[in-house]
Design a protein around this ligand. Structure first.
Ligand code: HEM
Length: 142
């Protein structure tokens, strides 16, 4: 996996631009003030990945898909790249998710040429992004 630098960079960018998980709820254990807003103890807030990952303060030209952002030595600063969350509740299975994703990519890319049948397919916004038609493809073995 550590040798799959290019694939990893591409997937990093996919997860930045279209995060598989949009965010989660957090409950405040104490009264909390942030940016002029006071949130009372016991309230819930929903934090979103996009508000950080599409913030031009952290990612230049944030709407642009550019996997070269993660080239060696150009890793995002801590807590600016958050598809897996951050801090104490960081996704505990993120390395397993990477293993599954990179193994899938390795097999598909090495064994098949693939043709996307609906290149302009819509991605529906929900708790998780869902391609409208399920991304039909034709696989042609090499
Ligand atoms: C691409 C795949 C995945 C993404 C993008 C993802 C993303 C996330 C995010 C954003 C959170 C919330 C972090 C927070 O609240 O601060 C989370 C939490 C969690 N994830 Fe994942 N996850 C993925 C795969 C998985 C897998 C494969 C598992 C289990 C096999 C898993 C198990 C969990 C659990 C148990 C939590 C709750 C952790 C806690 O509240 O302490 N995730 N994940």
């Amino acid at each position: 996996m550590s040798k799959m630098k290019y694939s990893r960079n591409v997937m990093c960018e996919v997860m930045r631009v279209v995060p598989p998980q949009q965010g989660t709820f957090k409950e405040f254990l104490t009264d909390f003030t942030y940016a002029g807003y006071t949130i009372p103890k016991g309230w819930k807030v929903y934090w979103t990945v996009n508000t950080t990952n599409k913030n031009s303060k952290y990612f230049r030209d944030p709407e642009k898909f550019d996997s070269s952002r993660y080239k060696d030595g150009e890793a995002p600063a801590p807590y600016t790249y958050v598809p897996f969350g951050g801090g104490r509740r960081l996704c505990p299975r993120k390395e397993y998710a990477w293993l599954v994703v990179l193994t899938f990519i390795h097999n598909v890319v090495k064994k098949y040429k693939w043709e996307v049948l609906s290149p302009k397919e819509n991605v529906l916004g929900d708790m998780v992004p869902m391609p409208e038609k399920g991304v039909p493809i034709h696989l042609h073995p090499y």
